[in-house]
Design a protein around this ligand. Structure first.
Ligand code: SF4
Length: 288
């Protein structure tokens, strides 16, 4: 499957010298043989390539609440696909073995023309692109979505929301539901994680306007996203968008390159109580 959302730069002899990727907000400018920040999209002499398209590291059948989506088809199950790479670089990533892999991960191909049949065989009616950043499967998602919709199967994203404007415009009409991370309301903390508060806000607004069922997740990470003033600003912003928009406040556990102790449960409960003063649907998650 060919990668899209990129432009080539050529020398006078017409040889490709660089590719500028426009899939996510980073807009990586890549010379030949270089990969983008996501580690997945790469400039080759033939153009930008993404060897992971249609190839998956993980597939599972999950309860919808695990995505987490609490207000969309509650009690249902969903076919979940994950691949490789991410457009952010969170040091605490729970899925770093596929999002920021340090060694080869086996991938299995799943032709987009066979996806609807595979989902139906499982007795399911929804597919989630999850576990790693789904934007990196955008070409596959857009190829599969019309076939899925025709078969009565919904497309769901679990995403960090770092889409470029060109990508979100194309994706939104095909997405029935999404859980988007709202990692923090500190622009500086977002940038330190390789993301952008402005970009995620713009994309949340775009998806909401497009009628996508949206739920948001804030992982409360000590030292990164546990400042009460930032959290309250996030709640105010969500409430202004819609007090009915569900917010999941999730507990962090040490992982990957971040070793701070797990989030104090009393802090999660305090944040939840504060959020409930302005939002109708607040869920505390990942509390074992
Ligand atoms: S998807 Fe984003 S991070 Fe990856 S190459 Fe494109 S612009 Fe860079």
């Amino acid at each position: 499957m060919e990668a899209r959302w990129w432009q080539g730069g050529y020398d006078p002899a017409g040889t490709l010298t660089e590719a500028v990727c426009g899939l996510c907000f980073h807009g990586c400018r890549l010379t030949v043989d270089k990969a983008g920040l996501c580690g997945v999209r790469r400039c080759t002499p033939a153009g930008l390539e993404s060897p992971c398209l249609g190839r998956f590291s993980s597939r599972a059948v999950d309860p919808i609440e695990k995505k987490p989506l609490a207000h969309w088809r509650p009690g249902s199950w969903i076919f979940s696909l994950g691949s490789l790479g991410c457009t952010m670089r969170c040091p605490f990533c729970q899925n770093h073995h596929i999002a920021q892999p340090q060694k080869a991960v086996p991938l299995k191909e799943l032709d987009h023309r066979h996806l609807a049949t595979a989902v139906r065989k499982l007795g399911l009616s929804a597919v989630a692109y999850t576990y790693n950043e789904p934007a990196l499967q955008a070409e596959y998602i857009l190829a599969a979505a019309p076939l899925l919709r025709e078969a009565g199967i919904a497309t769901v994203l679990v995403t960090n929301g770092m889409f470029s404007p060109a990508l979100v415009r194309e994706l939104a009409p095909w997405i029935e539901a999404a859980n988007v991370d709202l990692k923090t309301f500190s622009p500086r903390a977002y940038a330190a994680l390789g993301g952008s508060l402005d970009v995620v806000r713009d994309n949340i607004l775009f998806l909401a306007d497009a009628g996508v069922h949206l739920e948001l997740t804030t992982l409360v990470v000590p030292g990164i996203s546990d400042a009460e003033e930032d959290f309250l600003r996030a709640v105010d912003w969500v409430a202004a968008l819609s007090p009915d928009l569900p917010l999941h406040i999730s507990r962090y556990f040490p992982a990957h390159a971040y070793a701070a102790p797990p989030t104090d449960i009393s802090l999660l409960q305090r944040f939840a109580a504060l959020a409930r003063q302005k939002l109708a649907h607040v869920h505390v998650g990942n509390v074992r």
